[in-house]
Design a protein around this ligand. Structure first.
Ligand code: 5GP
Length: 120
């Protein structure tokens, strides 16, 4: 399958280091790096090294449930490393209505300022 021109290949290239990013946490299952267009003083993207959307993951094998749990665990590690333990937000934009722009599952970890609720 040709992947070079698809938008979801962007985060694959960040994983492979073809596209540079500022990595703040990495293990065998996930990679966390700074968002190129930060919406808060701390804005880190956290991605599984396997590429699937939230919808596909829900239908998929049990190992994907493990990845979801690990992503949330890693979000806490990122928040601790970034010093935003007094309050932070974890967001998944899933699908068109939610303004997802990169179709590789990713968690936004945001903090370092007062958040508002509900989001726009
Ligand atoms: P989404 O809108 O899909 O939830 O989030 C995608 C995020 O990826 C956006 O916040 C956007 O700023 C970020 N992004 C897009 N391209 C790049 C890139 O090349 N490098 C990094 N570090 N972040 C990116």
């Amino acid at each position: 399958q040709a992947r070079g021109h698809c938008l979801w290949s962007l985060f694959d290239k960040i994983i492979s280091r073809e596209i540079p990013s500022t990595v703040v946490y990495e293990d065998d299952k996930v990679l966390a790096f700074r968002d190129i267009n930060p919406q808060a003083p701390v804005h880190v993207l956290l991605i599984p090294k396997v590429r699937d959307g939230l919808t596909e993951l829900g239908k998929a094998e049990l190992k994907h449930e493990d990845i979801f749990g690990h992503l949330l665990y890693a979000a806490k590690i990122v928040a601790e490393k970034e010093g935003i333990v007094d309050g932070f937000r974890v967001v998944i934009n899933s699908g068109v209505s939610a303004c997802q722009s990169v179709y590789h599952l990713h968690l936004h970890v945001l903090g370092g300022r007062q958040m508002k609720w509900p989001p726009g």
